[in-house]
Ligand binder design. Structure first.
Ligand SMILES: *Cc1c(COP(=O)(O)O)cnc(C)c1O
Length: 396
């Protein structure tokens, strides 16, 4: 079928919630994607920070194929072997005590909020508040939306969860001003992703931990985008001297299969049988992906690799910043970095110009593009990105 015809037909079927690029992707290999017209793209978006180990990894593919031939689904009324392996490995790498597997990031947020709400009720916090951050992103389900700091995402769906207050990310006094003994939890991304790639400052994240301790509130770190090795540690909070009560994980957790998780300490493990559930969540198929992903991270020293290549990405983006005066700021850590442009330059225009050069980038807020490539990129991939983006930016 002709590509344009296919796009037109499917646009007549999908609910129109995305303005998609007119590209039909067909296959991937390593850090390269191919479309139905035979065009090739260097992928610095990784399907929105999902494809940590890149495309078409033979060991990953084989593990999933083997599991498909054995058992795909069981329900959570029974145990399954990949679920055992994935849960134990995830506990080990996170330092958390308990894990619940979900089907997405937004569901992981729902679970995290339920843990905090149940705890707040159990200790008699009345009309408790939840503190979230401006410019945060936590997902699209109603609970996650309630704590997402972008008003135009929330407004059409109000009323949402009551008593959510928004503080300013990296401004500890703004959190302090909102907090008291009736605070149930503070929820924040360790590195803000969609909001424009803002890593938490050390004093901020550690200060939030101290305030949560003071007021017996849970600290929830959303690691959905910045976790799973992207900062060079397995989870971004591990770059700081903090231990959250609850973390949420998804995106690169399954490197392509839909799986998320929320993890918590024993203290935050407030739920009992009947409090929460999922039909698909943590089924043997998706857990076989989590299991092999964590093995690949270990055997192929993915975290070390991120620490080795990411300073080079930093260096090359600094070079672009000094070359193009409309680049205002460069932020991030590890392989989650962003370039912010003058207000006159829209991130969408940069993304399109890069696509014309065969480079996939994604925006993060109006004026920022983010660089969240597969974690297996090499210095020569970074050089190729640099060359393509230089050409693209020269035409802006
Ligand atoms: C993507 C994302 C989510 C939502 O995850 P979904 O799988 O799309 O539901 C939540 N939090 C952060 C930080 C994210 O980047």
């Amino acid at each position: 079928m002709n590509t344009n015809q296919m796009i037109e037909e499917v646009e007549g079927a999908y609910l129109h919630t995305y303005n998609r690029y007119k590209i039909v992707l067909e296959k991937g290999e390593g850090v390269t994607l191919y479309d139905t017209e035979g065009r090739e793209y260097l992928d610095f978006g990784a399907g929105i920070a999902v494809m940590g180990i890149g495309y078409n990894n033979p060991r990953y593919n084989q593990a999933l194929k083997d599991q498909i031939d054995k058992l795909i689904h069981t329900s959570n009324l029974f145990y399954n072997v990949p679920g055992h392996n994935a849960a134990l490995k995830l506990k080990e790498v996170s330092g958390m005590d308990r894990v619940f597997f979900t089907n997405s990031g937004t569901e992981a947020i729902e679970g995290a909020l339920k843990l905090a709400k149940k705890y707040a009720n159990s200790v008699g916090k009345k009309d408790y508040t939840i503190i979230a951050m401006e410019h945060s992103f936590h997902g699209r389900s109603l609970g996650a939306l309630s704590v997402t700091g972008t008003e135009h995402y929330r407004e059409p769906f109000e009323p949402l969860i009551p008593n959510v207050k928004f503080a300013t990310f990296n401004d500890l006094s703004s959190v302090e001003a909102l907090m008291d003994d009736n605070t149930a939890c503070v929820i924040m991304e360790s590195v803000q992703g969609e909001g424009g790639i803002y890593p938490a400052k050390k004093e901020f994240i550690e200060g939030v931990r101290a305030l949560c301790d003071k007021h017996n509130a849970f600290m929830i770190c959303d690691e959905i985008q910045c976790g799973m090795g992207r900062t060079g540690k397995m989870f971004a909070f591990q770059n700081y001297d903090v231990k959250p009560d609850i973390i949420t994980v998804a995106k690169a957790l399954g490197c392509g299969v839909p799986v998320g998780a929320f993890l918590c300490t024993q203290k935050a493990a407030t739920m009992v049988p009947g409090d929460h559930g999922t039909t698909y969540g943590g089924n043997p198929f998706v857990c076989s992906a989590v299991d092999v992903v964590l093995d690949i991270y270990k055997d192929e020293k993915i975290l070390e690799h991120v620490c080795n290549v990411s300073p080079y990405l930093w260096e090359k983006l600094e070079e672009l910043k000094s070359k193009f005066s409309f680049i205002k700021d460069h932020r991030g850590m590890g392989l989650i970095q962003g370039l912010e442009f003058d207000p006159s330059v829209k991130s969408g225009d940069v993304v399109l110009a890069a696509q014309k050069q065969g480079l996939i980038l994604i925006g993060a807020s109006q004026n920022t593009v983010r660089f969240v490539p597969p974690l297996v990129i090499t210095k020569s991939d970074i050089d190729a990105m640099f060359n393509k983006l230089s050409v693209a930016l020269s035409g802006i």
